[in-house]
Design a protein around this ligand. Structure first.
Ligand code: 2AM
Ligand code: CA
Ligand code: CA
Ligand code: CA
Length: 272
């Protein structure tokens, strides 16, 4: 193993330790009364647990990697340019963190939320770790190193027909409002694919595609911390990820389609 690979492998092992640590914190607090605050609207919520999970992750990274930059939802999400912050990403290594992805599920005690930690080198996501502390499912991947669920190799599904496809989507995260374009897209999918789910945690939804349980996932208006980790896991599992026009997905993109690759073009045709 060359020096850079060994360094990045060590970072990924550290990321796994950090998310497990944050998972323990979340599980210790899950049954306590939650202090819930609205951010931009009634669907944009943050709890004390999100904030404490993020603090714990940031402290560990700053201690072990003081020269790396960090982008995290509760720290940076209020910034006007937070969604576009990665148009010109800083050079070197950076960590992109969602301390609880699926906060609404967490608040409603639905076991579909995760801690998501992506590692970026010169703007390119190279490692991803996504951990669901309730089910104890840990997804991880390093570029060209394969994708894993609790240490076992995972791969995208083999569906070749839209009629066999199970998809997930979610509501536009930025400027959440009723009757968004996704309602119309779901309408077009109905009767074409097997079914459509709205699970509510983008990082995990990408991992469900990576592990072959979902065939595809599309979503508008996500932020870098929703996607940075999951996209590496998906790609390493053989999946495709683009924007809705079919161009390679960038963290600053406003639209996203992830799939088992086989049905990618067919899904773009239905969505466009
Ligand atoms: P979050 O739980 O970390 O906020 C739901 O479809 C997905 O969109 C989740 O991954 C959710 O992440 C994300 N999302 C990001 N910003 C959001 C917002 N303002 N309102 C609702 N969901 C948001
Ligand atoms: Ca949020
Ligand atoms: Ca999120
Ligand atoms: Ca979050």
């Amino acid at each position: 193993m060359n020096e850079q690979l060994a360094y990045e492998d060590a970072m990924m092992q550290d990321a796994i330790r950090y998310v497990k640590e944050a998972g323990r914190l979340i599980m210790n607090l899950i049954h306590k009364p939650l202090n819930i605050q609205e951010k931009k609207n009634q669907a944009d919520l943050v709890t004390e647990v999100d904030v404490r999970s993020e603090q714990l992750l940031r402290e560990q990274i700053i201690r072990d990697y003081p020269n790396h930059w960090i982008l995290s939802e509760e720290n940076d999400g209020g910034r006007e340019d937070s969604h576009r912050a990665l148009l010109q990403p800083p050079a070197g290594y950076g960590w992109i963190i969602d301390p609880i992805d699926g906060t609404i599920n967490f608040i409603h005690a639905i076991a579909h939320f995760a801690i998501s930690v992506g590692i970026v080198r010169d703007g390119v996501p190279i490692c991803g770790v996504v951990y669901n502390p309730v089910t104890n499912e840990l997804y991880s991947a390093r570029k060209q190193g394969g994708a894993f669920l609790n240490g076992q190799t995972i791969q995208v599904g083999k569906e070749q027909e839209l009629g066999q496809a199970l998809l997930a989507t979610g509501f536009q995260a930025i400027d959440w409002k009723p009757n968004s374009v996704v309602v119309e897209q779901i309408g077009r999918m109905t009767g074409v694919v097997r079914s459509v789910r709205i699970m509510g945690a983008a990082s995990l939804d990408l991992c469900l595609v990576a592990s072959g349980r979902l065939t595809g996932f599309w979503h508008d208006g996500l932020y870098p911390w929703d996607v940075a980790a999951g996209m590496v896991i998906l790609q390493e599992a053989g999946g495709a990820i683009t924007n809705i026009e079919g161009r390679p997905f960038a963290l600053s993109d406003n639209t996203l389609l992830a799939s088992n690759a086989t049905l990618h073009q067919a899904l773009i045709s239905v969505l466009q």
